[in-house]
Design a protein around this ligand. Structure first.
Ligand code: PEP
Ligand code: MN
Length: 293
């Protein structure tokens, strides 16, 4: 007989759905993540210049984004690649928030930087390379800021939930899970997008789940399709890379949408978002949730 989800994920009780906790909603500025609204977080991979960041912020806000993304501390695979502007980047993000009203999500890579990044960011991003850095998770949890927890590239769903459990254990229940693609034998794309993982997480965990189609595909032509799949799988939002001139981006240009591409992607989500608003994805989810709970 098949092991039940409850047994399989028994090691992470705090982040599983229960009678007491069916849904976590994370308030950020004047909106919520994990509630009724589908929340788009968009912006460049890295903060580069004031022009690049402001132009992108203004554009994505006009198209409905609520959160501006942008890395100031960059976890690059190569030590020879651009490592981010650091505090300069954080300051530019703060200016963009002031000018646009968008909330800010940005990565914190080191335990020592948590107080600094938490001063500027509304949401702290824990990158895939850091998902299992438990001292970073503890420090970030204690900052009291909501955390965007990205799934490690070789992390199972259980590993991701385990990392979220560590955040809970350190007194922070404001965790947003992020599926950003995993490493598999398939090398045609940068990563393999685990859409089933999103559907599963939505059924077993009360936490909001968002999708990052940019890192999942590594290719801007695939981003809109993955974004639509994410909506259909039940995601609560998206994290998408957008740049005024992707071909000139200092990092991840090949997977960044330009402004027109972002507009098209957002427009293509509309019919899917309408189905979501009508709750058409719910019956099957509820049946499974009942079986699970
Ligand atoms: C990013 O969001 O730019 C990033 C580095 O993401 P990941 O940790 O998923 O690779
Ligand atoms: Mn990136």
């Amino acid at each position: 007989m098949r092991e039940s989800w409850q047994e399989r994920f028994a090691g992470t009780p705090a982040v599983l759905k229960s009678e007491k906790r069916r849904k976590t909603v994370v308030p950020v500025l004047d909106f919520e993540i994990g509630g009724n609204e589908f929340v788009t977080m968009a912006g460049p991979c890295s903060v580069e210049t004031e022009f690049q960041l402001m132009a992108t912020a203004l554009h994505v806000r006009r198209c409905g984004a609520r959160v501006l993304r942008g890395g100031a501390f960059k976890p690059r695979s190569s030590p020879y690649s651009f490592q981010g502007l650091g505090i300069e980047g954080l300051k530019l993000l703060a200016t963009a928030r002031q000018e646009t009203g968008l909330a800010i999500v940005t990565e914190v890579m080191s335990e020592c930087d948590v107080p600094l990044v938490a001063e500027y960011a509304d949401i702290l991003q824990i990158g895939s390379r850091s998902m299992e850095n438990y001292s970073l998770l503890e420090a970030a949890a204690r900052s009291g800021r909501p955390l965007l927890l990205k799934r490690g590239m070789v992390a199972t769903i259980a590993d991701l939930l385990q990392a979220a459990e560590v955040v809970f254990e350190n007194g922070n229940a404001q965790v947003i899970l992020c599926e950003r693609g995993i490493r598999t034998f398939e090398t045609a794309m940068r990563n393999t997008f685990d859409a089933a993982g999103i559907a599963l997480l939505k059924q077993i965990s009360h936490l909001p789940v968002i999708a990052d189609p940019s890192h999942a595909s590594g290719c801007r032509e695939l981003v809109p399709a993955l974004a639509r799949i994410a909506v259909a799988a039940g995601a609560d939002g998206l994290l998408v890379e957008v740049h005024p001139h992707p071909d000139k981006a200092w990092s991840d240009g090949e997977q960044s949408l330009d402004f027109a591409g972002f507009d098209e992607m957002m427009a293509s989500l509309d019919p899917y978002l309408k189905l979501r608003a009508n709750g058409l994805d719910e019956p099957a989810g509820d049946r499974l949730a009942e079986a699970f709970g």
